[in-house]
Design a protein around this ligand. Structure first.
Ligand SMILES: Cc1ncc(COP(=O)(O)O)c(C=O)c1O
Length: 392
């Protein structure tokens, strides 16, 4: 139950344009809000759990169908809903990595990938980014060769972030996976910033595993996410207790080991399901989202001294910007110091910039309307002008 002050905080947020870099793809749809209320009890989806006793077989509400639809939509062979992308990394690392194995990820990988590797006893080795903050297939090949020499064995897994959380850059996932496959290394695609906001085709990318985050990019309640696998690896990551022939004593039939028996229950799964038709529809407007992102970045770049650190032109809505030579110069003289920017933005109806961030920071324009995009761009320019910065 939300307390009164939380509800107030939420209502205030709904009156603003929120450009928080990590929140925008996760905001619930009205249908998800309704579903959350209807299914608030923890076991609410389990009333019709009949043999086989596993959550992803439940017909009413149509959780089984949701799994099939998700797999088709992602173009992957098998799918489970999970409590956050990180649990997908954990399940895959735990299934494929042995103690002491090197595991490849990148210098732009999310920390939860490191944790998954560490928990499995693996040793992370990073592919470095290039000067334009991109991960390339050539750099992947070079690193795989080095690591294989260092450990005298091939890494059992490679993680690649489809779009990274630092720059919002779109990496050559297809090329990197092709390279990994040349060394017989399966690849996990971290789609935390792609699945649910832009079209993603797992088979076209060559993904062995594809992971998404519900609360980050699928308009779903936290903690939620999706783990999809290609046929070749589905039996391994979704192995059941009965698959092991050597166990004696009690076993638990079709309960999946990595999923701890059953996956998402109640609010999280029905919230995801209720938003799914909207999510499927919204990815079709990705080009418009990118054009919006570009318009705001261009507005910011018209302010003298501002630099974009993400790839340009933009191919995503998450952008890293350097305003040390623009807004931060103002901040040095301003009575509110570094807080002036978030303060002035809030007066103009914009929230989501961390108070005090006037140096290097990130924002995300996903989901804003044309009018909001114009307003946002004009707000940045107006604040710059009012504080003596020139517009070029
Ligand atoms: C790139 C990236 N990957 C993975 C995660 C973890 O996602 P989740 O919170 O769904 O476990 C996050 C966010 O925290 C992220 O930004």
């Amino acid at each position: 139950m939300r307390c009164a002050s939380d509800i107030e905080a939420r209502d205030v947020e709904e009156m603003y344009i929120n450009i928080d870099p990590i929140q925008v793809g996760g905001r619930l749809t009205a249908d998800a809000m309704k579903a959350v209320i209807a299914y608030a009890d923890g076991y609410s989806v389990c009333d019709n759990c009949r043999s086989p006793f596993r959550l992803d077989y439940i017909q009413k509400p149509p959780i089984a169908q949701f799994h099939a639809d998700l797999a088709r939509w992602l173009n992957m062979d098998a799918v489970r809903v999970i409590p956050g992308a990180r649990r997908g990394f954990q399940a895959v690392a735990s299934s494929l990595v042995e103690r002491g194995d090197p595991v490849i990820l990148t210098s732009l990988a999310h920390y939860t990938e490191f944790l998954a590797i560490e928990e499995a006893g693996g040793i992370p080795r990073e592919i470095p980014k290039d000067d334009s903050n991109r991960i390339t297939a050539d750099a992947a090949a070079e690193r795989i060769e080095e690591v294989t020499r260092e450990f005298s064995r091939t890494p059992p897994l490679l993680f690649i972030d489809h779009v990274d959380y630092q720059y919002g850059n779109v990496h050559d996932v297809k090329g990197i996976i092709k390279t990994a496959h040349q060394y017989d290394i399966p690849a996990l695609v971290n789609g935390a910033y792609t699945v649910g906001i832009m079209p993603v085709d797992g088979k076209a990318l060559g993904a062995d595993f594809l992971v998404g985050s519900g609360h980050k990019s699928m308009a779903a309640p936290a903690p939620s996410g999706v783990l999809a696998a290609a046929e070749e690896y589905a039996g391994k990551v979704f192995r059941t207790t009965e698959a092991r022939g050597d166990l004696t004593g009690r076993t638990f039939g079709i309960k999946e080991v990595e999923m701890m028996g059953c996956t998402l229950m109640g609010v999280t799964v029905v919230g995801m399901m209720a938003s799914f038709p909207h999510v499927q529809e919204r990815v079709n407007h990705w080009e418009t989202e990118v054009a919006h992102s570009q318009a705001v970045v261009d507005g910011l770049l018209s302010i003298e001294g501002t630099r974009v650190l993400s790839e340009y032109p933009r191919r995503h809505t998450l952008t890293r910007i350097d305003t040390r030579e623009s807004f931060d110069r103002v901040a040095q003289q301003h009575k509110k110091r570094g807080y002036f920017l978030s303060n002035d933005l809030k007066k103009r109806g914009v929230i989501g910039v961390i108070p005090g961030s006037t140096r290097v920071w990130k924002f995300n324009t996903f989901g804003l309307t044309e009018k909001q995009i114009r307003h946002l761009s004009e707000a940045f320019i107006a604040i710059a002008r009012e504080n003596g910065l020139s517009i070029v």
